[in-house]
Ligand binder design. Sequence first.
Ligand SMILES: [Zn+2]
Length: 122
Amino acid sequence: MGDWSDYFEDFPEENPANWVNGHFDPVLREKLNAEERLQAAANSELLGMIKKAKNETKARSLLITENCPQCGLDKLNTYKISKHFYLCECLECGIYGSGKSHYEALEKTNSALGEGLDWRDN
Ligand SMILES: [Zn+2]
């Protein structure tokens, strides 16, 4: 007796992967799977572009690097992303916060102490 792939080759209608909305349709299933793979590749490319754009924005909008309120290291970067959007991110421990001013972003960062936030998680 072979493995499942041999079995499904002999009995394709037994393979749940060949069914679409309750109908046995291996051709449509394969087409949908191919579309899903394309979509996943497109999503991954898009995420890469977003990440790159974010990194470039940060690189040109770094305002100041100061001591992090959580880990105490001189690794807390504050970015002035736009006139009314400031973002603090610690390169060491990952704590972050944002606000309409540098002060507000720092306050947000301070209020997140000990919550285990890490901007690199998303
Ligand atoms: Zn830190």
